[in-house]
Ligand binder design. Structure first.
Ligand code: NAD
Ligand code: DAU
Length: 347
């Protein structure tokens, strides 16, 4: 089996590549990644010499290149994670999200359809998506697989569009696909532009913690390794043309999460209780900020017995420990372009 994993040098992708390479030794895993600011081969240094692991540098927006690698490697399956993934960046540069998330996905769909159309057999196109496509919840309710799409940011609109294209290729060309929509991930290798790793880095550096608006926005957090386990299950056990919601059963208002993070960081850094909380700074809100996300993950729980393996407190502690013992990784990703981004976003 030749399996293509796109975006495998990124945060979630690197954990998925590691899971597939280590668990499925009879598969040849091809990690295709453009190595944008978010892609980092350091994330995979523990497995890059494994005989069933291969890296291909390339851009999913380049249709000719995508067709060539499908012809050359004759992939039996695709796990598609490559994307522009940060909501704030989508507000300043929506077209980058249209290119990678929509055009890039359609290029992959075309190549898979053309290679597989004479015998779909056991082939599978797995599209990894987000709960943000469902829009925003009020105080009550959960996102179900049947919840209508209602995206509010350029990022979520581009992911919603890519989901629709995947479904349309299933209906129109019979392409065998599965989709999963997951809540907020956190854990090792998380790029420090997203809430948790950004705030860990800022606490280490004694910098302000920029909480958007009143901090009462709610997210449902899942440890990234549990997402990788779920992706492996959905890839192997999911029904064709089905969607699976994946979530942490773990809702937190931002401000409560930030206070917990501050308390854990003070302990880890040997700082006096309350030191990090003093860094909390309320800043201008994100435009179009979704109030609340929360996933009903009962379908994947009932069908495959999946549920998160760690509590949030454990996962957060493991994450903090990882960042504190991978100072070089953090320094490497927070130099150069990161500083410019940070100035533009937060000055
Ligand atoms: P990430 O930004 O950390 O990684 C994205 C990866 O894709 C990077 O390695 C990057 O180099 C690569 N990439 C970007 N553009 C590319 C292109 N044009 N061609 C080839 N490679 C390209 O993202 P992530 O947080 O790991 O998210 C991975 C996927 O999971 C995305 O599809 C995202 O929408 C989805 N998702 C993320 C979360 C989350 O909380 N992070 C939750 C649910 C779903
Ligand atoms: O729900 C899944 C999605 O989760 C994924 O599809 C996205 O790729 C991923 O980036 C994430 O989106 P969010 O916008 O929810 O994540 P982010 O870490 O950017 O923000 C989490 C919350 O924290 C959100 O309410 C905004 C707030 N926030 C974020 C940043 C970066 C702040 O208050 N301050 C900040 O500086």
């Amino acid at each position: 089996m030749n399996i293509l994993i796109t975006g495998g040098a990124g945060f979630i992708g690197s954990h998925v590549v590691r899971k597939f390479v280590n668990k499925h030794k009879d598969y040849n895993i091809y990690n295709l990644d453009a190595l944008t600011y978010a892609g980092n081969l350091e994330n995979l240094k523990d497995i890059d010499d494994k005989p069933n692991y291969n890296f291909i540098k390339g851009d999913i927006v380049d249709a000719n290149f995508i067709n060539k690698i499908f012809t050359k490697y004759k992939f039996d399956g695709v796990v598609h994670l490559a994307a522009e993934s940060h909501v704030d960046r989508s507000i300043t540069d929506p077209l980058a999200f249209v290119r990678t998330n929509i055009i890039g996905t359609v290029n992959l769909l075309n190549a898979a359809r053309d290679l597989w159309k004479d015998s779909y057999g056991q082939k599978r196109f797995y599209h990894v998506s987000t709960d943000e496509v469902y829009g925003s919840l009020g105080d009550e309710g959960l996102f179900l697989e049947t919840t209508a799409y209602d995206p509010n940011s350029p990022y979520s609109a581009s992911k919603a569009s890519s989901d629709h294209f995947v479904r349309a290729y299933g209906e129109t060309y019979g392409l065998p696909y599965v989709i999963s929509n997951c809540s907020n991930n956190y854990g090792p290798n998380h790029f420090p532009e997203k809430l948790i790793p950004l705030f860990i880095n800022n606490i280490i550096e004694n910098k302000p913690l920029p909480v958007y608006g009143d901090g009462k926005y709610t997210r449902d957090w899942l440890y990234v390794i549990d997402h990788a386990i779920a992706i492996d299950l959905v890839y192997h056990k999911g029904e064709n043309h089905e969607t699976y919601n994946i979530g942490g059963f773990n809702e937190w208002q931002n401000i409560d999460l930030v206070k917990l993070l501050c308390r854990q960081m003070d302990l880890k850094l040997g700082r006096t209780k309350g030191t990090s909380e003093k860094l909390i700074t309320y800043v201008k809100d994100r435009p179009g900020h979704d109030l609340r996300y929360a996933i009903d993950a009962s379908k994947i729980n009932k069908e495959f017995g999946w549920r998160p393996s760690v509590t949030f407190e454990e996962g957060l502690e493991r994450t903090i420990d990882w960042f504190l013992s991978n100072e070089e990784w953090l320094n490497n990703v927070t130099t150069g372009g990161y500083q410019e981004y940070y100035q533009k976003m937060y000055s």
